[in-house]
Design a protein around this ligand. Structure first.
Ligand SMILES: NC(=O)c1ccc[n+]([C@@H]2O[C@H](COP(=O)([O-])OP(=O)(O)OC[C@H]3O[C@@H](n4cnc5c(N)ncnc54)[C@H](O)[C@@H]3O)[C@@H](O)[C@H]2O)c1
Length: 408
């Protein structure tokens, strides 16, 4: 018998409004879900956005103080889509208040903040869902099954990319994403978690890394008063310092013996959002690119004599594809992945069975990110280590110490 669950949302930028749309669409795609989201209250410090939550997005109430969302007695589950500098404070407070959390990556500014959130979630025993939604792409789920079933033979190579251009314009404003106290890490926090999670989701744990970083655009225009957040261009403003990296590239050793490379950039002109991977085994290979969400490239040395990749279309039977479209060749989109994530969140709460990606998955991811960060500093291979909760701000936040790469 279905019951209502009270939802609160903290921050209504891109991700907060997307979480909201996902809740609103949930029952269209998963009618049997035991929990029916009731949008109780949403918060944003920009009052127009908060008001809009009630006027347009369907929340019963709005506030400019995120604490009121967590304290609301009818809120049982909280979506946290705030900038990184708020993740730890908000997520720990929500978990301690006994609220289930759907938290956006990277879950803090530095791995130590992610570990602290992990500890609070484990102690409170609440359900967690993390915004690592590329896992829920149907052809990616199919790729994972093929690899696990040994269809590609023994896996030997992996290449993962997240090559983006969202920061390629030198006049892109110096928002919180470029600041140590706002975002913490640069691409290591912003997009590397997606690449690392995908690599481990497909091939299991990474055991050591060697990485390098660079900041190609070292100054950007300051954000004019009242402009808020998001990505936007400022012409002719005062310039300020970028405090974190634009680029990280590295080598990977997986526990299984697979060898790989990984490359992330936010200033890469050409590809827009090339979140992609290629996996090679002894009996076949596959590759996927987010910009061709519904297609998997698959090659099997299956005795036909054909050499080369075939295009495999997303189709019913792969992941949750048939929740969204009735037949192969009809495309799913980005927002659909968040509906699938909302379903996993609420179903985990309903039956107490935690589905991925949970706080444990992002802790595992951030251990690899931490090793990459260390390797960028030491220039050596670094092992992936056990998490060390900080319970205090990462010293870089306090001292403003920057690591940019290159010749500094
Ligand atoms: N899963 C993904 O692929 C994905 C994609 C984009 C962003 N994200 C993550 O989502 C988070 C938000 O990113 P975004 O792109 O939506 O950012 P955004 O800049 O579009 O929105 C941030 C919102 O937070 C609000 N805010 C700031 N301070 C606040 C406070 N004290 N209380 C309440 N609200 C406050 C801002 O007014 C703004 O509306 C980030 O952590 C980012 O890493 C994840």
């Amino acid at each position: 018998m279905a019951r209502e669950i009270g939802i609160g949302t903290i921050s209504l930028g891109w991700m907060g409004t997307l979480h909201t749309r996902a809740y609103r669409r949930l029952l269209d795609h998963y009618p049997e879900c035991e929990l029916r989201p009731r949008l109780v209250v949403a918060a944003d410090t920009v009052e127009d956005r908060a008001r809009d939550a009630a006027d347009r997005l369907g929340y019963e109430g709005w506030t400019t103080d995120w604490r009121e969302v967590i304290e609301h007695p009818e809120v049982e589950a909280v979506s946290i889509a705030a900038p990184n500098y708020l993740h730890k404070e908000v997520a720990v407070a929500a978990a301690r208040a006994g609220k289930h959390i759907w938290l956006e990556k990277p879950c803090g500014r530095y791995p130590s903040e992610t570990y602290d959130i992990g500890e609070a979630v484990e102690e409170a025993g609440v359900v967690s869902m993390i915004g690592l939604m590329y896992r829920h792409v149907p052809v990616v789920e199919y790729a994972r099954e093929l690899i696990a079933a040994g269809e590609l033979g023994e896996i030997t190579h992996y290449r993962g990319y997240f090559l983006a251009d969202y920061a390629a314009d030198p006049n892109g404003a110096l928002t919180w994403r470029y600041k140590l106290d706002g975002a913490g890490l640069g691409v290591l926090g912003d997009i590397m978690p997606h690449s690392v999670d995908m690599a481990q989701n497909l091939l299991g744990p990474i055991e050591s890394v060697s990485a390098q970083r660079e900041t190609f655009i070292r100054q950007r225009p300051e954000v004019p008063e009242g402009m808020g957040t998001g990505h936007f261009v400022v012409e002719g403003g005062d310039m300020g310092e970028v405090e974190n990296e634009d680029y990280v590239g590295g080598l990977l050793r997986f526990e299984s013996g697979v060898r790989g490379t990984i490359e992330n950039s936010r200033t890469c002109v050409g590809p827009h959002v090339r979140m992609s991977f290629e996996v090679n085994g002894t009996r076949g290979a596959l590759s996927w690119d987010f910009q061709r969400l519904n297609e998997l490239q698959l090659y099997r040395t299956d005795g036909t004599g054909d050499r080369g990749y075939r295009k495999v279309h997303a189709a019913p039977g792969m992941g949750d594809f048939d929740r969204f479209q009735p037949g192969a060749g009809i495309s799913m989109g980005y927002d659909d992945l968040k509906v699938a994530e909302a379903e996993r969140f609420l179903s985990s709460i309903a039956d107490g069975r935690q589905r991925p990606a949970s706080i444990r998955d992002i802790v595992s991811t951030m251990r690899v990110v931490d090793a990459m960060d260390r390797s960028c500093n030491t220039g050596r291979w670094e092992k992936v280590e056990e998490p060390k909760p900080a319970r205090a701000p990462d010293p870089r936040v306090a001292t403003g110490e920057r690591r940019m790469g290159g010749d500094e």
